[in-house]
Design a protein around this ligand. Structure first.
Ligand code: DGY
Length: 327
C-alpha cells in the first residue's frame, strides 16, 4: 500500500500486465476471484476508491454511486454499458469509459459463426453424433437453410452491425437489409450494399435476422410475440447483443411451434442462468456470451480499459470516454 497513490479497484480477474500497469500508477485492490463480487461486496470494496476497472458483470447504479462518493472514474472492459447508469455517473461527474472498436471484427466473426451454425443445424448435428445416433445418410438429414444469396437482416447498424454486413455481402453474396434508429449516410449504405427498411419490413424480409443493437429500456424485448409473428417460418434469429432484447418465453414458443426455423443465442436475459424453455429445444444453438472471446481481442479490451483508467485519473484525455462532458 502506498499512501501517496490514488486507490482503485480492479473488480474482476485481469491480465497480469494490466494489473502491473495499474499497480504502477495506483494503490490497487484486486479482486482476482473467479466469481463476480456481489452488489454488497462491490460497494464495500469501492469504499475510498477513486477509480474502478470493471467488466459487464458489475452493475454501477445510482445507489452504488451515492454510497461511494469518492469515485471519479469507472472504466468497463466491454463495449456495452447497460450495466452502468450513465446519467447518474454524469450527474455525479464520474467519468465512464468503454472499449469500442477493438472487439468489432472479433464479435462480427462470432455473430457470423452463430448464424452459420444455426442455419446449418450444426448444434443438432454435433449432439446427435456424440450421442451415437448417426445411423446413415438420407436426402433430408439435418437439411437446414442456405446462407449464401439469402437476405441478411441486421437490427442495429453500428460498428459491429456494419462488420457483419460486410461479411454477408462480400463473403456470402447476401442481400443486406437493416434497421437502425438513425439511417446510415448514403455512401456507407452504398459501400455495404445495405437497404434501409422499417423494423417490421426487416422482420418480414429477413431470411436470417441478427440483433446487434444496444440494450436499453426502449429496446427491452424488442423481439417478442408480435415481432416473431412477422418473421418467415423458415427464418433464423441470432442474438449477440444483450439477452434482454428478446422475450425468451415468446422465442421458445415460436421455435417449439416452428413459427420460425431456428435461433442462435450468445446472450441471455438472466445469464449465466439460461431459460429452461430454451435449453429443451433442438432448433437452437446456445453459446455462453463469447462474442469478443479471442485472446488478442480480450487483451486489447483489458489494456484499453486500463489505459482509460490511467488517463482518467492522471489528467490525460481518456481514449474512449462515454461522458466526456464531465472532464
Ligand atoms: C461487450 O463488450 O459488451 C461484451 O458483450 C462483453 O461484455
Amino acid at each position: 500500500m502506498d499512501a501517496l497513490k490514488l486507490k482503485v479497484l480492479i473488480a474482476r480477474r485481469a491480465p497480469a500486465d494490466v494489473v502491473e500497469k495499474l499497480s504502477a500508477h495506483f494503490d490497487v485492490d484486486f479482486h482476482d476471484g473467479e466469481a463476480p463480487l456481489s452488489a454488497d461486496e462491490l460497494r464495500a470494496r469501492l469504499q475510498g476508491k477513486v477509480g474502478a476497472y470493471i467488466t459487464g458483470t458489475e452493475r454501477i447504479t445510482a445507489e452504488l454511486l451515492a454510497a461511494c462518493p469518492e469515485l471519479r472514474a469507472v472504466c468497463t472492459m466491454s463495449v456495452g454499458y447497460n450495466h452502468i447508469d450513465l446519467a447518474a455517473c454524469t450527474a455525479r461527474r464520474v467519468l465512464v469509459t468503454n472499449t469500442p472498436d477493438v472487439l468489432t471484427e472479433t464479435t462480427a466473426d462470432l455473430g457470423f459463426a452463430l448464424l452459420m451454425a444455426t442455419a446449418r443445424r450444426m448444434g443438432e448435428g454435433e449432439r446427435l453424433l456424440r450421442d451415437g445416433l448417426w445411423k446413415s445418410w438420407a436426402w433430408d438429414f439435418l437439411a437446414g437453410a442456405d446462407v449464401h444469396g439469402t437476405t441478411l437482416g441486421i437490427l442495429g447498424m453500428g460498428r459491429i452491425g456494419q462488420a457483419i454486413a460486410r461479411r454477408g455481402r462480400f463473403g456470402f453474396g447476401m442481400n443486406v437489409a437493416y434497421h437502425n434508429r438513425s439511417r446510415l449516410p448514403a455512401d456507407t449504405e452504398a459501400e455495404l450494399g445495405a437497404r434501409y427498411l422499417s423494423k417490421d419490413e426487416l422482420l418480414r424480409q429477413a431470411d436470417h435476422l441478427i440483433l446487434v443493437l444496444p440494450y436499453s429500456a426502449e429496446s427491452h424485448h424488442c423481439i417478442a410475440t408480435a415481432e416473431l409473428a412477422l418473421m418467415k417460418p423458415t427464418a433464423t434469429l441470432v442474438n449477440i447483443a444483450r439477452g434482454g432484447l428478446v422475450d425468451e418465453d415468446a422465442l421458445a414458443a415460436a421455435l417449439r411451434e416452428h413459427r420460425i426455423a431456428a435461433a442462435g443465442l450468445d446472450v441471455f436475459e438472466g445469464e449465466p442462468r439460461v431459460n429452461p424453455a430454451l435449453l429443451s429445444l433442438p432448433n437452437i444453438v446456445l453459446t455462453p456470451h463469447i462474442g469478443s472471446a479471442t485472446m488478442p481481442t480480450r487483451l486489447a479490451m483489458a489494456r484499453l480499459a486500463a489505459d482509460n483508467l490511467v488517463a482518467a485519473l492522471t489528467g490525460a484525455p481518456p481514449p474512449t470516454p462515454l461522458n466526456p462532458e464531465v472532464l
